[in-house]
Design a binder for this molecule. Structure first.
Ligand code: C5P
Length: 272
């Protein structure tokens, strides 16, 4: 069985002080994106195999997803997973987490486990903080370290994504966050009803930390602003940047104006 594993965008990512377990409490609005996805094919096989250019075998989060599923099932579930990557790695777009979620959903189906959404989300939280979101999809507020989900609404928007060649490690960005002054308190604001209100609402508390680690992020951020983005936002812990637009045509016009040589993609998210 083949599943699309979409990228995500955190339209708001508010980060609290480091907890005793090393994780940071979050309040983040996560949106699954249309227009940028990996393809994950899952099938029963004589032995476990995870094939993915760049992140083969046990290093892949999909491997950990199969470990969690086997522990839950209490028996081996030999599975072949083939991942066709489109989402850049170390970008903050959740590609590895999305592949892991698709692996959980696909392996549950092909092995006839019938675990159900709640149990799959609990297993997903063992695999990574962002994985439960991808099991559920859509638009969600995420709390805790990212695993506590509440359905939300976001206006339909378009984004132009650009990514510098250098990626950022999530752990390194959170460690840099700990060395900087804390961000302003949570104002509790809900998403605006229409996309033209997003520019004043989006926020990513990891931006100063990412910029401190990778000052080169300033150049793509300026390129997006010069191309007409209404707001420029770091994606998750980076290093991808998103220029936000009310509609796809605006994002495509900006893509035509954009002076940026590296990875780019026009995506959409939110809406009814
Ligand atoms: O959960 P995941 O393995 O994706 O997290 C990767 C790293 O990101 C963690 O080891 C931790 O350093 C950091 N992190 C964090 N707070 C979160 C999520 C991730 O500090 N809420």
């Amino acid at each position: 069985m083949t599943l699309a594993a979409p990228a995500k965008l955190n339209l708001r990512l508010l980060v609290g002080p480091r907890r005793d377990d090393g994780y940071h409490p979050l309040r983040t609005l996560m949106v699954a994106l249309d227009g940028l996805a990996d393809t994950v094919t899952v099938r029963p096989a004589p032995e476990r195999r995870v094939r993915c250019a760049g992140v083969e075998g046990p290093a892949n989060l999909a491997w950990r997803a199969l470990d969690a599923l086997e522990a839950q099932a209490g028996r081996p579930l030999p599975t072949e997973v083939v991942i066709d990557k489109r989402i850049p790695a170390q970008a903050g777009l959740g590609g590895g987490s999305s592949d892991a979620a698709a692996t959980l959903l696909g392996a549950d189906r092909v092995h006839g486990l019938g675990l159900g959404a709640a149990r799959l989300e609990r297993l997903a939280a063992e695999v990574g903080s962002d994985v439960p979101f991808f099991v559920r999809g859509g638009v969600q507020w995420a709390g805790g370290r990212g695993e506590r989900l509440r359905p939300a609404r976001a206006p339909r928007f378009a984004a132009l994504l650009v990514k510098p060649d250098a990626g950022l490690s999530t752990g390194a960005v959170y460690a840099a966050f700990d060395r900087l002054a804390p961000p302003p308190p949570d104002d509790g604001a809900e998403p605006p009803p229409a996309a033209d209100g997003l520019a004043g609402w989006v926020r990513n508390d990891l931006w100063p930390a990412a910029l401190a680690l990778a000052p080169g992020l300033g150049a793509p951020a300026r390129a997006l602003a010069a191309a007409g983005a209404r707001a420029v936002l770091l994606c998750g812990s980076g290093s991808c940047l998103a220029g936000l637009f009310p509609a796809r045509a605006d994002a495509e016009a900006a893509a035509a104006r954009l002076r940026w040589p590296g990875f780019r993609a026009v995506v959409e998210g939110g809406g009814p």
